[in-house]
Ligand binder design. Sequence first.
Ligand code: ATP
Length: 275
Amino acid sequence: MSAVLPATEIGAAGAGGTPAGGVLQVRGLSKSFGGIHAVKDISFDVNPGEIVGLIGPNGAGKTTCFNLITGFYTPSAGQVQFRGNDVTGKAPYEMARLGIVRSFQKTNILKSLTVFENVVTGHYMQARQSLWRTFFPGRRVRDTEREIRDSAERIVHTMGLAQRIDVPAYMLSCGELRLLEVALALSAKPQILMLDEPAAGLNSEEAKTFGEILKKLRGRLVQSILLVEHNMGLVMSVSDRVVVMHFGQKLVEGAPAQVQSDPRVIEAYLGGGKH
Ligand code: ATP
């Protein structure tokens, strides 16, 4: 696990220091849809500097759990704490403003704009939420624009898209689009980056590159990452810790090697998910 990062390196919400324990603490989280217990009494932490993988067979409850943490669903029971504060049930835009930011597949990429223009646009959408800062005495708009361009360039470089910076998004490969999606999420200056199947549709080489870039991000542009992913090679190579869900509950939690060899996990995957 890498060390806690300086606040300046990890986005605006980083100022003030992280309380002891997890940057994200999930406690007894539950969600039912009618009679289906999609998530049942789930608890885990994401610590500063960690990449945590959330895995499980189909229908295990991963996406529901992800949607509960990011505010897209309201829990039936339990709590989400972020940096020591109860954020349970807050709206997605409030979660994002606090620093819990998820990436979206394709939907917010503007295909006719270049990679750079897309990432700059992402910054402006974020800046609009904190317009007052633009009008602080002594703070000139020109400086803000330069900061945005510098930040966008830094993100594009870190995401390995420097060679494609002036290429329109419609010309990108599937792997490059996935990287751009994450770049857009980074424009919102996350503390914790939430990724739901970011490698879907990537071939093994693209997934490997994606994983290497994720590892670089942690410590430079985000403090921690929570990753829901079916690609086991990717999860096991990037995660510091893995939480395995099965039938809505936490089955096992531990280091990747430990989880991979756990008979309960092997049984869960062999036995399949949904009945
Ligand atoms: P997958 O890996 O297949 O995406 P998952 O682990 O993400 O699965 P969820 O999508 O969270 O699992 O689903 C968990 C359970 O909750 C499943 O039985 C699913 O059918 C059910 N479920 C999820 N969302 C809803 C919903 N909106 N309404 C009713 N049932 C739902």
